[in-house]
Each structure stands twice: as C-alpha cells, then as structure tokens.
Design a protein around this ligand. Structure first.
Ligand SMILES: Cc1cc2nc3c(=O)[nH]c(=O)nc-3n(C[C@H](O)[C@H](O)[C@H](O)COP(=O)(O)OP(=O)(O)OC[C@H]3O[C@@H](n4cnc5c(N)ncnc54)[C@H](O)[C@@H]3O)c2cc1C
Ligand code: SF4
Length: 517
C-alpha cells in the first residue's frame, strides 16, 4: 500500500474537481486520481480542423453497442474532464424536474431530494463557476437565493436580432447562463476574449470556468491535496466484510499501484464509474461492487438532442453564439400536454466542422458552398429528456470493455419541439426550408457515441432495492464509498447537466466534511 489518505477522488471533472475544491481548505489529505493528463495548451486548442475533424483530444477508447458494434466514444480524458470541452452553459434543473413528471413516452421519476435542498448549492456552484446570467427572463427559472454573480453575456447583433424577433412573436428568450470569464465592462482586463472556438473546444487562454481552471488548480494550491495524473483506476477492493473499500487499484503510467483512504469517491463519469463498480465484483459483491440491487449501470440517459443549422437571410458573423436560450416549451403547451424541452444556441459553426457531415453536404451543397453556409448559419441545439430505462445500460464484455446498450425513447416531444421552432423560423429571418440536421461533436453513425451528457447509471434514492446510492450519494451497501459524477441522477431533465453535478459535489462535500470531523 503506497499511502493512506482521508479521501480519494477518482476523476477530476465537474463532480470530482468540484469536490476536491470543496475539501481542499479543510486540511484533510485528499488524493485525486485522474486518468488523463493536463490538456496541452497549444494552437490546436482553437483549431476546428484539429478538434472536430482530426479528433485530436478524443480518447482512443473502444466501446461496444448492444449489438456488439465497436465505436469510439466522444469522450475526453484530461484534468477537468468533459468540462475542458463544454459549452459552459450552466443551467439549474427546473424545480419541477425534481418531482415526478409525466412525459409522452413515460415517467421521469422524482429525485429523493427536492429543489430546496439543492438551491444553496446551485448558488454556491454558480459563484465558483462564475456564471453570467440574468434571472427573471426565463419563466421556467426556479427560485434562487442570490442573483447570478456576473451580468449576462451580451448578444452579438445577429443573435440580438433573433432575441428581439422571438420576443416580438410572444416567446420568452433569455440570456443563457454562461461560465465564461468575460468582462465586457473592462474588455482590456477580460480573461475571455469572446472567440468563436469555445463550445466543443478547450480554452487556450484558460478563460472558461472549467473544472481544471476554477476547481483543480486552486485546490492544488493546498499542500494537503495531491493529484496523480495518468492514473487509470481499474477496480476497487473491499475488506472481508465487503462493507469497506480497502484499496483503489490503478494503472499509473503503465504500472499497477494501490491506494487507500477512509473515504473513496468515484467521479469518473457516468459510464466509467459504473464500469469501475462492475469491474470490482468480488465474493461479497458478485454482481459488481454496491450492486445488490442490480441497478449499477442501468438507466443510462444522455438527452434526446438535435443540432441543426438554419440559413439566415442575412449574414451571421457572430463569434460567441451561445448566449440565447428558450424554455417556452419546456413543460409543454396548449397543444401538447407533455414536457418538450430546451432550445439553445451552440457554438458558431465554421466550414471545417461540416466536413464529413453528410446531411449538410446532401442538404445544402451544391446550392451553397460550405463557406457560404458557414457565413449564414445560425446554429441551434434542442434538448429533450430521455427517460430512464433499466435496459439502457452499461455492462462489461468478456474482455472487460464497456458495452453501452441504448434504445431511444420519448422521441415525440423532440418532433413537437422541432416543429414549433421550424414554424417560427420563417418569421425570424431564416429560410424555413433550409434547416439542416448536424452531427455536432461527433463523426460516427452510432448516436450513443455522442455521450457528452451521459448520466444516470448509479442513481441515488431512498430505497436500496431500486437505487445504488443513498441521499448523501454514499453506496447503500458500502460504508465508505461515494459517487459524485452525473451517474447519481435519477432523471436528467432537459437542460445541460454540469451545474447540477457541481452543485451536488458541493452538497456531498459538506456531508463528507461533517463525517470526517
Ligand atoms: C463537447 C461538450 C460540450 C458540453 N457542453 C456542456 C454545457 O454547455 N453545459 C453543461 O452543463 N454540460 C455540458 N457538457 C457536459 C458536461 O461537460 C458533463 O455533464 C460534465 O463534465 C460531467 O461531469 P462528470 O464529473 O460526471 O464527468 P467528467 O467531467 O467527464 O469527469 C470525469 C473524469 O474522470 C476521469 N476518468 C474517467 N475514467 C477514469 C478512471 N478509470 N480512472 C481515473 N479517472 C478517470 C476523466 O478523465 C475525467 O476527468 C458538455 C460535454 C461535452 C463533451
Ligand atoms: S469564448 Fe472566452 S472562454 Fe470561450 S474559448 Fe474563447 S476566450 Fe475561452
């Protein structure tokens, strides 16, 4: 055993990095084991060809779908995890997302805690991640105990026009809550330079509030926090009783090393945390660690998403486009009495990003050259809740590789939402017949490879028969094991998940500080 810590955290992304930051000032000995390295700072960070065509930063993992087809998941292993690439749209779940919701395709189950429990942690997470936003514009906004710490990121002219046009037809667009460190009042001092390569790209100048920049680096200023990079955790071992994790076994630079701690927290991402638990089966836990309920790996969700571009009648020279959101249809409307979802902008597209995206080539070329498409494109993202289904799950095959089985569900609300947006677009200065679907963030025919919003595989709940974790995110069956990545979500709502993982990590952090005394 090389060393003993108070807490070991596996993974340094939204959940793990935030937890490390919360525990750091306590003086407790914290070890973070991170599979990846620092993301290199290099010109390719902001090069669309390198990021989107060459997949420079995508892991070389091979996973398999339920039919055994191999695919390369769009997953990134670096200090800071997926937040290094995220669009930093930092939404709270809506208050009603915490209760049971009846969807067209079935039930979105209630969380074991209400929004009121999460609210102070959302506020703290917004402060830590420097969220810019405007409360009160979005009618579905949940109550908040504090204003956003920073004013909203302004719209550039074409998006302001869209905002005004939407408002003119009676919609309620809002400024998207955003974790970019943009100071528009003092641009000369602003870390963020408002570039066109943010959503899906790493930030070369470290001005995106990601888990490396705002959580891990400050945490490492404390001598009691240690980060071991290139440390891939393979499995957890328990003592004889099976109630205590006694060792964390990792490949560190190719050699097996074992670590131990009073408390072990998994935060390797929803797929990898489930995979580690399944790989940790032993005599006491024959189906996988903490898996007496047979729930580990089940109920994988990742949003029903649809990205598309609209060709604007006038040029769209926006650089930072992710400033507008729309939730008017989030919970349905008079003609569709079920939740639909969220509309937001994605990063401004550019011609290299379209390379290999067949829908664009087939849909618009040769009518428009790809560079013309890029000049006029306004890029949208629709997000609808996919519902937990026990057969949508992570398992391991005979070689220990991840198998991700997934059947789509709750598709009708996406059609309804898309139909409504399309109907509006001709009145919003777009060509309604030139909406083209995009395979944003991915170049593969296997949709589940685009697992950016993965969640739900190790859900928390009151009942040990139907959940893996208790309300403190501690495993029901193991006394010193916690999970704080997005796998604890019993349902995902329709807004982006990162802020909820961050807020929950702060909540669990408070619990751990009380536990460790
Ligand atoms: C392109 C892109 C855009 C996105 N945009 C947004 C957005 O705008 N808003 C939003 O809310 N969300 C967004 N997301 C999703 C968001 O980034 C994730 O929901 C969030 O980061 C999940 O946090 P996590 O802690 O569960 O996992 P991660 O942040 O992925 O962290 C997991 C960490 O575990 C490490 N790890 C994995 N396996 C092991 C192992 N075996 N041993 C040790 N370490 C391991 C990984 O390297 C990683 O650092 C986006 C994601 C992507 C990819
Ligand atoms: S928009 Fe700002 S935060 Fe985003 S990548 Fe550019 S400089 Fe970084």
């Amino acid at each position: 055993m090389s060393d003993h810590y108070d807490v070991i955290i596996v993974g340094s992304g939204a959940g793990g990095g935030t937890l490390a930051h919360r525990l750091a000032p306590s003086g407790k000995r914290v070890l973070v084991l991170e599979r990846g390295d620092w993301l290199p700072r290099e010109v390719q960070n902001w090069d669309a060809e390198s990021v989107f065509v060459d997949n420079r930063y995508v892991s070389e993992d091979t996973w398999y779908d339920g039919d055994g087809h191999a695919f390369q998941p769009q997953i990134h292993y670096f200090v800071g995890g997926a937040t290094k690439f995220y669009g930093a749209a930092l939404y709270r779940l809506r208050e009603r997302d915490f209760g049971e919701l009846k969807h067209h395709g079935g039930i979105s189950p209630a969380w074991p805690i209400g929004y009121d429990v999460m609210e102070p942690y959302y506020t703290a997470a917004e402060q830590l991640y420097q969220v810019h936003g405007a409360r009160g514009e979005d009618p579905t906004d949940p109550p908040a105990s504090a204003p956003y710490p920073f004013p909203p990121v302004s719209h550039e002219p074409r998006i302001q026009q869209l905002f005004d046009d939407m408002a003119a037809v009676g919609l309620h667009p809002f400024h998207s809550p955003s974790g970019v460190m943009l100071d528009e009042r003092q641009p000369e001092n602003s870390l963020c330079i408002r570039c066109a390569t943010c959503d899906g790209f790493p930030c070369l100048v470290h001005a995106k509030a990601d888990a490396e920049v705002v959580a891990m680096r400050p945490a490492l200023q404390h001598d009691n926090v240690t980060l071991v990079r290139n440390a891939r955790v393979r499995r957890l071992e328990t003592d004889e009783s099976g109630r205590t994790v006694s060792a964390v076994v990792a490949d560190v630079g190719g050699a097996e090393q074992r670590f131990s701690a009073d408390v072990v927290v998994l935060s390797a991402g929803a797929v990898n945390s489930a995979a580690i638990l399944l790989a940790s089966a032993n005599d006491r836990h024959p189906r996988g660690l903490a898996n007496g309920s047979d729930q580990v790996g089940r109920n994988f969700v990742y949003h029903n998403s649809r990205a598309f571009l609209a060709v604007s009648a006038e040029k769209n020279d926006t650089r930072f486009q992710k400033t507008l959101g729309l939730n008017d249809y989030y919970f349905g409307d008079a003609d569709f009495d079920y939740p639909m979802g969220n509309l937001q902008m994605v990063g401004k597209s550019s011609a290299p990003m379209y390379r290999g995206e067949k829908p664009i080539e087939a849909g618009l070329a040769p009518m428009f050259a790809l560079s013309d498409v890029a000049e006029h494109a306004v890029d949208f993202w629709l997000s609808v809740e996919d519902l937990p289904d026990p057969s949508n799950r992570v398992t391991l095959n005979g070689d220990g590789d991840v198998v991700l089985s997934y059947q789509q569900n709750n598709q009708e609300p996406m059609e309804q939402l898309y139909h409504r947006v399309k109907k509006h677009l001709s009145r919003l200065g777009m060509h309604p017949h030139h909406l083209v679907p995009r395979q944003i963030y991915m170049k593969t025919d296997i949709p589940v490879a685009g697992c950016a919003h993965q969640a739900g595989t190790v859900r928390f709940g009151h009942d040990a028969a139907t959940s893996v974790l208790d309300v403190d995110c501690k495993a029901h069956e193991v006394d010193n094991l916690y999970v704080v990545d997005t796998s604890f979500f019993p349902s995902i709502g329709a807004v982006n998940p990162a802020l909820t993982a961050m807020a929950n990590a702060l909540r669990v952090g408070d619990h751990l500080l009380a536990r460790l005394g």
